[in-house]
Ligand binder design. Structure first.
Ligand code: ADP
Ligand code: GN1
Ligand code: MG
Length: 363
């Protein structure tokens, strides 16, 4: 293992004897481990993570956000499994700054729950989206001023497009020649990029506190009840538009294929999963969205899927420096699934909008 997890965990306020730590999950950014401790004969687990400080430039401010968010959520719930619980370092900090420059944090591990990279049932989609809806609406009254922006312009799609154009111009790895079709795909849809920011600038959709990485594997589903119990991966919780979250749910919750599937015939927007996400999100949020926000929910799925596709394409051109990759052309494969899903959403966009109207009338 790259890191000495026994030594690292000794800096946290964890009682008992370290048994083992194993790499955990399929995230693209941080390094996540599940650590086991023997506490008077009982095995107790913790999540220990290295915060990727190339991506998150200010881990200390980031952890201040996490502390604010988790304590606000904890105050609203009596069930300790419904929010992440930060385990502090021995000197009371929310992360451990190691001599080699790495930053580590620790959470209580939520037992008897798991995440899914591909959702299997509409119930899971409903439950995951309900958890994110609840999460967003619970943060509406977080005290203490605006949260710190851990990554500025994270969902600014026009800027993501500008970054792609810059990478095309630089063509660092001589890869532009391989992706003419993909570049055309984006350029023919460039007018979509500014739509949400424009609505916001016109005062039609408000800034909210959003999660910004609502990949469906960022919510823990209870093994027994099937409920979406705990929203995790809080690094990007910061000011944003509701659409960023619902859009990413459509991106990751509707396709039956993995994000890096190479058989593109498997990639499709399953309408029944969209409907389940919509119903779950609205049930969890309990009426907090305005009319324009509701109207643009289906479009958000198209835009956020295209945006992440643009980011995978950009990283492919830059030489795979941002997202973890595990094989050649991994980012390009991921880009292809995103663009295929964009096409599938486009074909169903009218029906999706109609469904929103129908569901909203029922509320
Ligand atoms: P990344 O930023 O790398 O995606 P996550 O915070 O999402 O990291 O964690 C990776 C995986 O570890 C999650 O998908 C989830 O399965 C698991 N996980 C993370 N935190 C916890 C926790 N507190 N309890 C249980 N499982 C967790
Ligand atoms: C990254 O960390 P993870 O795997 O949950 C990325 C998201 C992308 C996602 C694509 C900080 O999320 O923005 O949507 O990969 N996180 C960051 O799978 O860039
Ligand atoms: Mg994650």
């Amino acid at each position: 293992m790259k890191h000495d997890l026994k030594e690292i965990s000794s800096h946290f306020n964890i009682y008992g004897d370290f048994i083992i730590a194993v790499p955990y999950g399929t995230g693209h950014i941080n390094d996540t481990y599940q650590a086991a401790f023997n506490q008077a004969g009982t095995v107790v687990h913790y999540t220990i993570q290295r915060i990727n400080h190339n991506v998150f430039k200010n881990p200390v401010k980031l952890m201040e956000n996490v502390e604010r968010v988790t304590s606000h959520l904890a105050a609203k719930s009596t069930d300790s499994r419904t929010t992440l619980r930060v385990v502090k370092t021995l000197d009371g900090q929310s992360c451990y700054s190691a001599p080699d420059g790495n930053f580590w944090r620790c959470y209580l591990f939520v037992e008897n729950a798991r995440t899914y990279d591909v959702l299997e049932t509409a119930k899971q989609a409903y439950e995951a989206a309900r958890a994110f809806g609840k999460f967003q609406s619970a943060l509406v009254d977080i005290p203490g001023g605006r949260l710190f922006e851990t990554i500025v312009d994270f969902h600014n799609t026009p800027k993501r497009l500008a970054n792609l154009e810059e990478s095309i111009k630089l063509d660092k790895c001589d890869r532009v020649k391989n992706v003419a079709k993909e570049i055309d795909f984006v350029m023919s849809r460039r007018d979509d990029c500014g739509v949400l920011l424009d609505l916001h600038a016109r005062g039609l959709i408000p800034e909210r506190i959003t999660h910004n990485d609502t990949k469906l594997n960022n919510v823990l589903i209870d093994d027994f009840t099937g409920e979406g119990i705990c929203v995790i991966d809080l690094d990007t919780v910061m000011p944003g538009l509701a659409h960023y979250d619902f859009g990413d749910m459509i991106r990751t919750g509707t396709s039956p294929a993995l994000e890096d599937e190479v058989d593109l015939s498997k990639v499709t927007m399953r309408f029944e999963m969209f409907e389940a996400l919509l119903r779950g999100y609205l049930a969890g949020g309990n009426g907090f969205l305005n009319e324009v926000e509701l109207e643009y929910l289906p479009f958000a799925g198209k835009l956020i899927t295209m945006e992440i596709g643009i980011r995978f394409l950009t990283d492919y051109l830059d030489g795979d420096v941002y997202f973890k990759t595990h094989r050649n052309n991994h980012n390009l494969d991921r880009c292809h699934t995103q663009f295929k899903l964009v096409e599938s959403i486009e074909q169903q966009l009218d029906a999706m909008k109609f469904k929103v109207q129908e569901v909203v009338k029922e509320l």
